[in-house]
Design a protein around this ligand. Structure first.
Ligand SMILES: [Zn+2]
Length: 208
């Protein structure tokens, strides 16, 4: 009985935070575009996501609706003219509101090299530091990530910043000119702080 209790405690996962469902259009046509993208870039003909990685991003602007509209628009990228357009599964607002845009079993195009395996979380903001020092936003971000880590059994080392994408063991990219492409959002030094905060939150959840 005690063994069973101990097991229950060790498997306790972070509670699901309040999430506002604000879906972008992602019907059969966009799914087919995603599957074709996954075929070209990863050799996987599927739009279905089985996440093992979480990638943290920031939008580069201070407007939730601008980010939502960009992701909903499904515009081809300027370099290859490929579809689907970029998107992320979540956008965390400055006030700590968690918006979900796409179901978690569907791939989104947010990180070159990792879209086949990663959930994308955007934060409204223009720097890592801005988000780390915004109490409402960072709390919501950590609560969301902690819940996803438990739900999908994701290792903390696989909660990464976009700027860490090239060092992920899951990184793969068949289109050679993009094999070393990444973005500046969420650098390693800031993600070390983020992961330390995440571990502390998960410890606190286990002790409740
Ligand atoms: Zn990014």
């Amino acid at each position: 009985m005690f063994a069973a209790l101990a097991l229950t405690i060790s498997l306790a996962v972070a509670p699901k935070p309040h999430i506002v469902w604000q879906p972008i259009p992602y019907g059969p046509r966009r799914k087919a575009e995603m599957a074709a993208y996954a075929e070209r870039h990863y050799g996987i003909h599927s739009w279905r996501l089985h996440p093992k990685v979480i990638v943290e991003h920031y939008t580069g602007s201070n407007s939730f609706s601008a980010a939502w509209n960009t992701f909903a628009a499904n515009r081809p990228d300027p370099e290859l003219g490929e579809l689907p357009g970029t998107c992320a599964h979540f956008i965390v607002g400055r006030d700590g509101t968690i918006h979900q845009l796409v179901r978690l079993n569907v791939m989104c195009r947010h990180t070159v090299g990792l879209n086949y395996i990663a959930i994308g979380i955007e934060h409204v903001g223009t720097s890592d530091a801005e988000i780390l020092h915004d109490p409402a936003q960072i709390r919501a971000s950590l609560e969301l990530t902690a819940w996803l880590v438990g739900r999908f059994h994701i290792r903390i080392c696989n909660v990464i910043g976009h700027n860490e994408s090239l060092s992920s063991p899951y990184h793969r990219e068949l289109y050679k000119p993009w094999a070393h492409q990444t973005h500046a959002d969420w650098k390693h030094a800031d993600m070390r702080i983020y992961r330390a905060k995440l571990r502390a939150l998960l410890r606190a959840d286990r002790q409740r």
